[in-house]
Design a binder for this molecule. Structure first.
Ligand SMILES: NC(=O)c1ccc[n+]([C@@H]2O[C@H](COP(=O)([O-])OP(=O)(O)OC[C@H]3O[C@@H](n4cnc5c(N)ncnc54)[C@H](OP(=O)(O)O)[C@@H]3O)[C@@H](O)[C@H]2O)c1
Length: 240
């Protein structure tokens, strides 16, 4: 996972330098940014933050480690080759699926609707709509003033808040109502700054709409059966 990410990043930047492209936009991840246990949860995470590589290695978090070293390699190679590089760091990407198969990000939601997750974890996660991620890439590419990194996050939710939203929109599914950890205090979500992208003109889609569209897409693509009651309501809406 790590080696192809690093050499792939370097190769693309070198190829861009050779082709004299005007600007390279690199998709990194929040995984390259926030994974640092020494930072207080009360501090706002912004573009100046980097994940702690030793901590990622010790916890065998190879995704975050790989994204951090690949992004660092991209910055170093861009500097060496005089490439204008801008980086987008998205949090977990949701919204309508383009591809026919499900990926890790959609399984995160699907498991709360199929009955496979009986409880929810005492954990938090930040989300962003895929259209906003696409728009972020276009904005940082087109706006001459864009530079550096751009955190791409709408908001962070505790799993308890996530299941509440899912149950509100889709009450027919067996969405869990109990936390698997009843002993510890509720985990606090990170606060990610999305001000840099807002300053470029990005208006983020609210997370509840993003979750709604994700579930609708899972239904439309046949990954999730449509409950009989919703089918009736949908046909009434179409008729009226
Ligand atoms: N999904 C998220 O929630 C999320 C959040 C933050 C950042 N990101 C970042 O966004 C990017 C896209 O993520 P995704 O979720 O869209 O991933 P994805 O659905 O797994 O797609 C990955 C793409 O990379 C291609 N690929 C994989 N290994 C490759 C290799 N060795 N050489 C060339 N191409 C290779 C795959 O090609 P094939 O289709 O041919 O297999 C596929 O098109 C990644 O850099 C990821 O780290 C994603």
């Amino acid at each position: 996972m790590v080696e192809p990410a690093v050499s792939g990043a370097k190769n693309v930047i070198i190829a861009a330098a050779e082709a004299k492209v005007r600007r390279v936009v690199f998709t990194s991840s929040i995984g390259a940014v926030y994974m640092d246990p020494s930072r207080s949860i009360d501090l706002v995470v912004d573009e100046s933050c980097w994940s702690d590589l030793e901590y990622c290695k010790n916890t065998k978090n190879w995704y975050c480690y790989g994204k951090a070293v690949a992004e660092q390699a991209a910055w170093d190679t861009a500097k060496e080759n005089g490439v204008d590089l801008v980086v987008v760091n998205p949090v977990l990407v949701l919204g309508p699926l383009l591809q026919p198969t499900i990926n890790a990000s959609t399984i995160h939601i699907l498991k709360y609707l199929t009955g496979s997750a009986k409880t929810y974890a005492n954990a938090t996660q930040a989300y962003v709509h895929v259209r906003d991620v696409a728009l972020a890439h276009i904005l940082v590419y087109e706006k001459p003033s864009a530079s550096g990194r751009y955190l791409c996050a709408e908001s962070s939710l505790h799993r308890g808040e996530l299941v509440e939203i899912l149950a509100k929109y889709f009450p027919e599914y067996p969405v869990p109502t109990k936390c698997s950890d009843e002993k510890n205090p509720r985990a606090k979500p990170y606060t990610f700054s999305n001000q840099k992208l807002k300053d470029l003109g990005l208006e983020f889609t609210p997370v509840s709409q993003c979750l709604y569209e994700t579930v609708k897409s899972l239904q439309e693509k046949g990954h999730l059966p449509v409950p009989a009651k919703q089918q009736e309501e949908d046909s009434t809406t179409v008729k009226s």
